[in-house]
Design a protein around this ligand. Sequence first.
Ligand SMILES: *[C@@H]1O[C@H](CO)[C@@H](O)[C@H](O)[C@H]1NC(C)=O
Length: 181
Amino acid sequence: MIHILFFIFALLFTSSTNAVVNDFCVANLNKADGPSGYPCITPTKVTADHFAFSGLGVAGNTTNIIKAAVTPSFVAQFPAVNGLGLSSARLDLAPGGVIPMHTHPAASEILFVVKGIIKAGFISSSANTVYVKTLKRGDVMVFPQGLLHFQINSASTLVEQTTFLDDAQVKKLKGILGGTG
Ligand SMILES: *[C@@H]1O[C@H](CO)[C@@H](O)[C@H](O)[C@H]1NC(C)=O
């Protein structure tokens, strides 16, 4: 089975006051999250290891209803991105796999295809125009902030299928997608 692997980078446009007064603010995940991110751990305790994350080298488990997996490297997994306004994740799509239509209200997204061929698209909110592209290894696609978008691993899968989900499927999806967005 050929698995399709690609990365997704969500760029948040909310700037943090932490970034202005400090060089960085590695998250202290033991404290509560706030509007500008988590409080920082003590800068003298920060090492180079905090600024690297190795968790995206492992394929996610695509044995589920969407035949796809999201492996996050958000602040919870990679505390150094705290307050920087960006995060990343790995997506794996088995044949027939789909990341259903969703939106990130505060973030634009750049998708970089590492392996395989996928179809990806978004819908403009002003004219309801659908922009769909077939992407291959090495391609990037940008999804403007707040617009509904999707990714599928099948040239023959219809866009409409990505929105045909009943309530039970949506509940399952929240688990698979980590309860975000
Ligand atoms: C992948 O997930 C399925 C369904 O939860 C499970 O049965 C299977 O053991 C998992 N595979 C691996 C390699 O973890």
